[in-house]
Design a protein. Sequence first.
Length: 287
Amino acid sequence: MLSPEYIQYRGLLLPPMAHNAESLEYAQNFSVEDTDVFVVTYPKSGTIWMQEILPLVLNGGDLTPIQTIANWDRVPWLEEKRLAELADKLTSPRALVTHFPYSLMPPSFHSSKAKVIYVMRNPKDILVSSYYFHQMATFLEDPGTFDEFLEKFLEGRVMFGKWTDHVKSWKRAELGDRIMFITYEEMVQDLPAALRRMSDFLCCNLSDDAIQKIAKHCSFNSMKANRMSNFSLVPKEYMESDKSPFLRKGISGDWKNHFNAEQLARFTSVLSKELEGESFSLPWSLD
Ligand code: A3P
């Protein structure tokens, strides 16, 4: 049975706090420009991190956006209610984020030259991050036990559906040099190198000094201290940060502290089956 707390949109569950019929129609009618850059993520893959990084990569390292604009207005979600209020104020090149699978991108995206940075994260860490996020976000369904939440995740009874469907949709998309794939793990391991890749992809030609400056200001600790990015501006009735902060651990491999052997075997077997026969391989082992 579907959760009464979520709305359903083309087979996906979405939390109504941020989405409604108007916002989803607005997204479909959104006029994408050739210079737009979309960050695409399955939830809990590093969306907020990219909301910090992308404006700085695009503007050469000027910190004004991350110091003066809350992340959700700085790089708005295509599918969320806020975009209608903000769209006219965004300056080119516009940076947007979306959790949409490829099939839900608006028609104007397909005819544009807009670029995409798709951030992938080890799904076991996504599950753990999402489990804590569901505990603190009052607008999301209670996750239940870790075991129960794992089942929901595997069945796609979570916001934005199955992780495997999301990844497959974007991996299969024929976008040529309009899309760049990057992993959360790669960003954790060597942020300056990841920034260099983004800069090259977006033809931003960032200097080494600018790269170092951006890396410093987009570190986990800097973001945790930045009230424009750490969700402390969100009222407690929506996010109970004392249960778990949005910027929780910021590491890769936390799944090892949460999965038992049985859960790992089940997770691996379901995901491997769903990815069987795909032409792409994952950058991490599922075991
Ligand atoms: P954890 O819960 O594992 O800590 P999203 O923005 O897509 O919802 O993803 C949230 C995850 O990204 C959280 O993971 C959060 O801590 C992590 N994150 C955000 N900013 C980060 C940063 N600067 N460095 C590392 N991880 C970051």
